[in-house]
Design a protein around this ligand. Structure first.
Ligand code: PDD
Length: 279
């Protein structure tokens, strides 16, 4: 396996970053995970927009132009022979002696890796998955795709230990923000597709944006509003969306089984529309 590290393509065992890299010391950086489908990165423009926005918020310069960045990602995918998988990109502030403040002159550091995504088992998609609710203990700028993922990792670990695929993170008002590494959706009792509006509370998912367009283009009503954990437990359907699983139907939240305990028709339809979009 080959990684891109600051201008060079290296075998993983030789690829490393400096111990005074601020990504390592302060989680001072931004990442993107981009789906690779038929050997090509999916929705690259959306990922670059989000990357640029996040970097701007942190005053980290873009390490290179978009076309060059696109080339690096494609090259990383190609060198790893990934057809169906993901490409991971991290841009962080770079290396500097460890003091909290930063000076503008630091050269950003960039790494990229790619790997096949063991196709999430067909059976899991057909059966749907379970999620547990957890308190959302993250910071107040969840729209920035920071590499500081400890709360997400802790939440997902808890889910895994409970035999669940994901979490529904819940804010102090009892409203669902999003999942641990994906966005959360429900189909409410009126049959409308519901997902939380964008803002500082959630990550603006690229898959979310695509699904929203696909739904609207196909006559499925979408409402952007916050929904509570209680409403989710009584919803007709629920699912999560993201780069790794695309659309994953949720059939149980904590002890509440949704509908007949099988993936719902809206989630199944959106999943099919998403595959059409990829192909
Ligand atoms: N996670 N919300 C959170 C907190 C996420 O970490 C992600 C993505 C999403 C979905 O965004 P997108 O549709 O752009 O993948 C929502 C990536 C895949 C990860 O951390 O591995």
């Amino acid at each position: 396996r080959i990684a891109y590290v600051n201008g060079r393509y290296l075998p993983h065992r030789a690829a490393s970053v400096h111990i005074e890299d601020r990504g390592h010391q302060f989680a001072d950086g931004i990442y993107e995970v981009i789906a690779v489908w038929k050997g090509r990165p999916v929705d690259l423009a959306g990922h670059f927009d989000r990357l640029e926005t996040g970097l701007k918020e942190l005053q980290i310069p873009m390490p290179m132009s978009r076309p060059v960045l696109a080339h690096v990602l494609r090259e990383t995918v190609r060198r790893n022979k990934v057809t169906d998988g993901i490409v991971y990109l991290q841009v962080n502030r770079g290396k500097a002696p460890r003091v909290h403040t930063w000076s503008p002159g630091i050269k950003p550091s960039m790494v990229a890796t790619a790997r096949p995504m063991p196709a999430i088992r067909k059976q899991v998609i057909e059966d749907g998955v379970k999620v547990i609710s957890v308190e959302d203990i993250r910071w107040k700028r969840r729209d920035i795709k920071t590499i500081g993922l400890l709360p997400n990792a802790m939440a997902k670990q808890k889910a895994a230990e409970a035999g669940c695929y994901e979490v529904f993170q819940v804010d102090k008002d009892g409203m669902v923000t999003e999942a641990g590494a994906s966005n959360a959706w429900i189909v409410d009792q009126q049959g409308r597709l519901v997902t939380r509006p964008l803002g500082h509370e959630i990550l603006p998912g690229i898959t979310r944006a695509t699904l929203m367009d696909l739904a609207r283009a196909n006559g499925i009503e979408v409402e952007e509003r916050a929904f509570s954990l209680e409403e989710a437990k009584q919803a007709r359907e629920a699912f999560v969306s993201g780069t790794t699983a695309f659309v994953m139907p949720v059939v149980q939240i904590d002890d509440a089984v949704l509908g007949n305990g099988k993936p719902g028709s809206v989630a199944t339809r959106l999943r099919a529309l998403y595959y059409d979009h990829l192909n």
